[in-house]
Design a protein around this ligand. Structure first.
Ligand SMILES: [Zn+2]
Length: 596
């Protein structure tokens, strides 16, 4: 495993890998970009080719090519390893070669099929797509295609390309009747891509209303999809995720629609954080995937009764696992595709006005039942209370109880009592949908200043001696770094080798930080002065921390004296006196430091 990592790192250049995702600008010996992991207007994302590392000085993320791919693709290390191994042309040692070759084979077949379908696009189909409001760019980008009105054109095409029928069947492309035949016939084809943009399945819309068909019945289903395969599982698939994932993370919200067209048109209209669930149900697996990207979901489903019943369980599940859910207020019976076609550039605006799901519940139920009549009141109360009870936040619960009390003219107390008695369906499984906990340690001010000082000293080793006094009060980790640095005359690779392995990425980080600071500050920047002033600040922080510690100690001693019966506590008194003296000393030092 470590061999693989090393090999991959040697073969790949970090700037090539990262520029596959975001646009890098040259900045001295480094590269710079707008950070893909947080929203910013001026670039603080730095990539160092010489050290093969990256760091964002805005949000604090950083690492090597593996961490970058993990973060941007939202995948685990082992999957990042796979992607990068493939890029580097390295065969991973531990992969099961049989399964791997089977999967690879099916990826290939699906890719070939996608190519076939796009080649089959003809004028009537393209006209149909234009009429639906799609432009050529979108058709290209999403690789829309056409399955011709034939029993075996795809089958023959794949055969000519060397694939066997049983493989095509396992990829879900052909079916066995009396003999093998194409699954998709006379259908508009939407390739379905996995999170890495590889075609894994297809969804086909019948085209009988555009092209008269000899092979497909008009009533054989408006849409058909690939069956489950080793590449494709319907319950985990989110259509468009490969294109939307970065935007979802950046905007910290995902817009969920039902069908492919509902994703495509808003996407073309500029709303890029959009994905289709391919049906109204929202599954646990989909929620787990989404949880890694955002906590905020906006539903743009058709919320008529039937549609909503189908969605409800998924919505409850999402709420139980801590998602904030809003509902898009589209007119009854309108889907996002229609809406965008009729009112271009308006979709983004109505997203802003999406209402919380609870407000949506209120409106729906109050429309349907009479809140003046006793029976109506009862029904409204029970329905809404079971929704309110589901809310994880007590503050929100009390907000909606108050709202309900106003609407019904029933006291909040009575409603709360009523709510107590409602039993909710429990979702044990919801516990598994938790975002991976992020391990970012919060740095103290002293640590932040120390890092800056260290970074600058690494750039100007001749100043290390001058800073010796301050270095002695730095946290041990920094001390170790600097002493290794001065004993190796500032030679980067020697220093790096001399350090224990766990400190090496830290050195990389500091170097990049120094470049970043220097570059940001411009040519007039005086390192010497900066070092001097950082030293002073660190010293101040050091004494402030000490002061706080001693003050706490003094309190402890005072309490001890209070507790001990009179006549004793001599020792404590003595200690208290010396502590007070120490405190005074430090205060004086701080005073002097603050004056000049
Ligand atoms: Zn950032």
């Amino acid at each position: 495993m470590t061999d693989n990592v090393q090999q991959i790192k040697e073969r790949l250049n970090i700037t090539d890998v990262i520029s596959g995702y975001i646009r890098l600008q040259k900045a001295g010996v480094n590269h710079r970009a707008l950070c893909p992991f947080h929203n910013e207007k001026t670039p603080s994302f730095m990539v160092s080719p010489s050290r093969q590392s990256w760091h964002c000085f805005g949000c604090g993320e950083g690492g090597d090519i593996f961490t970058f791919v993990e973060k941007i693709e939202n995948i685990e290390f082992k999957d990042a390893l796979k992607i990068l191994a493939e890029k580097a042309g390295i065969v991973l040692q531990r992969d099961d070669p049989k399964l791997r070759s089977e999967k690879d084979h099916l990826y290939e077949i699906c890719e070939k099929a996608a190519q076939f379908f796009t080649q089959q696009l003809n004028n009537p189909i393209i006209n149909y797509l234009h009429n639906r409001g799609l432009n050529d760019e979108t058709i290209d980008e999403w690789r829309l295609g056409y399955a011709p009105d034939s029993w075996d054109l795809l089958l023959l095409f794949l055969k000519r390309n060397g694939y066997k029928e049983n493989e095509m069947e396992r990829a879900g492309l052909i079916l066995k009747g009396e003999k093998y035949h194409d699954r998709f016939r006379n259908r508009l084809i939407f390739p379905i891509f996995d999170a890495n943009g590889r075609a894994v399945a297809f969804s086909g819309r019948i085209m009988n209303d555009v092209v008269p068909s000899k092979t497909e019945y008009a009533d054989s289903g408006k849409y058909i999809n690939s069956p489950e395969t080793i590449l494709y599982s319907k319950s985990r698939m989110l259509y468009g995720l490969d294109k939307a994932k970065i935007e979802i993370k950046k905007k910290d919200k995902a817009i969920l629609v039902e069908g492919q067209m509902d994703a495509l048109l808003p996407w073309q209209d500029g709303v890029k954080n959009i994905i289709a669930t391919s049906g109204t149900a929202l599954t646990e697996d989909q929620l787990i995937i989404l949880k890694r990207l955002t906590n905020n979901l906006i539903l743009a489903f058709d919320m008529d009764e039937a549609g909503f019943r189908a969605t409800k369980r998924g919505v409850d599940l999402a709420q139980n696992s801590g998602f904030n859910i809003s509902v898009l207020g589209l007119a009854e019976g309108k889907d996002p595709a229609d809406f965008v076609k009729e009112q271009p550039k308006e979709f983004e605006k109505i997203i802003q006005s999406a209402e919380p799901i609870m407000a949506y519940y209120f409106n729906q139920i109050l429309k349907k039942f009479d809140s003046k009549a006793l029976e109506g009141k009862k029904f409204i109360a029970i329905t809404l209370l079971s929704e309110i009870k589901r809310l994880p936040s007590a503050m929100e619960r009390s907000h909606w109880i108050r709202e309900l009390s106003l609407k019904l003219g029933v006291s909040e107390n009575d409603l709360e009592e009523e709510m107590e008695q409602i039993e909710l369906e429990s979702f044990n499984s919801a516990k598994s949908i938790e975002a991976p906990i992020k391990q970012t340690d919060v740095k103290t001010r002293k640590e932040i200043l120390s890092e800056r000082l260290l970074a600058l000293l690494l750039k100007t080793p001749e100043l290390i001696n001058q800073a010796a006094k301050t270095i002695s009060i730095l946290p041990p980790k920094y001390f170790e770094l600097l002493s290794s640095f001065s004993s190796n005359q500032g030679n980067f690779s020697n220093v790096r080798m001399a350090l224990p392995p766990h400190l090496r990425p830290y050195l990389d980080f500091l170097f990049l930080m120094a470049d970043y600071e220097l570059e940001k500050s411009g040519p007039d920047f005086n390192i010497g002065e900066q070092v001097e002033s950082l030293m002073k600040e660190i010293e101040k922080e050091h004494y402030k921390e000490l002061k706080q510690k001693i003050s706490q100690e003094i309190k402890k001693q005072e309490n001890a004296i209070l507790i001990s019966s009179s006549g004793e506590g001599f020792e404590e008194n003595e200690k208290l006196t010396s502590l007070s003296k120490e405190l005074q000393n430090i205060s004086e030092k701080l005073n002097i430091l603050s004056k000049n």
